[in-house]
Design a binder for this molecule. Structure first.
Ligand SMILES: Nc1ncnc2c1ncn2[C@@H]1O[C@H](COP(=O)(O)OP(=O)(O)OP(=O)(O)O)[C@@H](O)[C@H]1O
Ligand SMILES: [Mg+2]
Length: 362
């Protein structure tokens, strides 16, 4: 194998994966290649199969059909402790009768690692999660964020190639969660491990991930970099799940133009996976509308009435009605230079064909 082939080789490769629990198909047709060293986030509504996918990778469950390879080897018959994988659970379980050091050292002790090496590895790991000063504390003497870092250290001290993190921040409040996200990125960079991260929270997914796997009812909907998934959702579910958007239902009247029932047209400059005459949806993000024409003069525009305005710091949200009755939500930046329209005024809104995503109805 040459060097470039080695870089391209996935650390985990799932092909045609299915998992059923009795009559319930928790996962169907899972095809996923996970790159060595990336942070991959599994994102999707409750019950879509995120934890099940993690447990399959960890070896706590086995596939009903399909194959799962880790580092090129089929792991169907490999028990969890023989996989180069560690999992941090949705509800982490630390040992209350052990202090921080002993909690982190536990796995190494069980493996029979030499005492001096345990001391050296645990100390190094406590340094990474910035808990050296608290190594003698008991678990009940720690904050939620500190407990979470002990759980991380306990998994990472085994030097797994892959770390599975199932909603590790769910129990923490917003402030600590944001702090822990930064920590997580730093720890990822310092260890070089592959992180597979589960969250309900789309902001968390966007901040953390190299790539996002969007799931719905046991299937993978889209795998993409967060910014690409946001800009180019592949279907209606993806468009609505990640961020806010305006959806305009209509017919593809030309190869590139959606027309609503009441006659409003949206032209798209993007790839469209539908044929002329089909029912489709045009999706435009609130921040991609404007009250000014673009400098290139390539904008589409429509006359609207302002129905509602909400000010949030430097941004304003506008609820507008097109003349045909179509409603839309706009997010505009207030810069003080150009005056913005007020409630019940008439205005002109502009948008660009590059920002109109046309989605098939199925
Ligand atoms: N051991 C099991 N026996 C039967 N059904 C199960 C079992 N484990 C999971 N399921 C079902 O499989 C589906 C996927 O569950 P899973 O726990 O993977 O979802 P999830 O995406 O992690 O959800 P959440 O975000 O709520 O944690 C659900 O319908 C769930 O009820
Ligand atoms: Mg879960």
């Amino acid at each position: 194998m040459n060097a470039s082939a080695k870089i391209a080789a996935p650390i985990i490769d799932i092909s045609g994966g299915r998992k059923s629990f009795g009559a319930v198909d928790a996962l169907t047709n899972i095809n996923l290649s996970i790159r060595d060293g990336e942070i991959l986030t599994l994102l999707g509504p409750s019950g879509c199969g995120k934890t099940t996918l993690m447990r399959l990778i960890a070896g706590f469950e086995s596939l009903s059909a399909g194959s799962l390879k880790i580092d090129g080897k089929d792991v169907a018959n490999l028990p969890p402790e023989q996989r180069p994988v560690n999992m941090v659970f949705q509800r982490y379980a630390l040992f209350p009768h052990l202090d921080v050091f002993e909690n982190v050292a536990f796995g190494l002790k069980v493996k029979g690692v030499e005492k001096s090496e345990i001391k050296q590895r645990v100390s190094a790991m406590l340094k990474i999660v910035q808990l050296e000063a608290l190594s003698g504390r008991y678990i009940h003497e720690l904050s939620g964020g500190q407990c979470q870092r002990v759980a991380l250290a306990r998994a990472l001290v085994n030097r797994p190639r892959v770390l599975l993190l199932d909603e590790p921040l769910a129990a923490l409040d917003l402030k600590i969660r944001q702090h822990m996200l930064v920590e997580m990125k730093r720890i990822h960079a310092e260890t070089g491990a592959t992180f597979i991260y589960v969250t309900h929270d789309q902001d968390e997914a966007m901040i953390l991930s190299d790539r996002v796997v969007l799931m719905e009812r046991g299937r993978i909907v889209q795998v993409d970099r967060p910014e690409d998934m946001y800009a180019r959702p592949q279907n209606l579910f993806a468009a609505k799940f990640l961020g806010e958007t305006n959806i305009f239902e209509g017919t593809l009247v030309d190869k590139d133009t959606v027309e609503t029932a009441s006659g409003q047209r949206f032209k798209s400059a993007l790839d469209i996976k539908a044929n002329k005459g089909e029912r489709v949806f045009a999706s435009i993000r609130p921040e991609l509308f404007s009250f000014q024409a673009s400098a290139q003069g390539a904008s589409q525009s429509a006359a609207v009435t302002i129905c509602d305005v909400t000010f949030i710091g430097s941004r304003s949200f506008y609820e507008v009605a097109f003349n045909d009755g179509t409603r839309a939500r706009l997010q505009v930046q207030r810069n003080g230079r150009s005056p913005l329209p007020a409630i019940s005024e008439n205005a002109q809104v502009f948008w660009e064909a590059e920002n109109v995503v046309v989605l098939p109805s199925a």
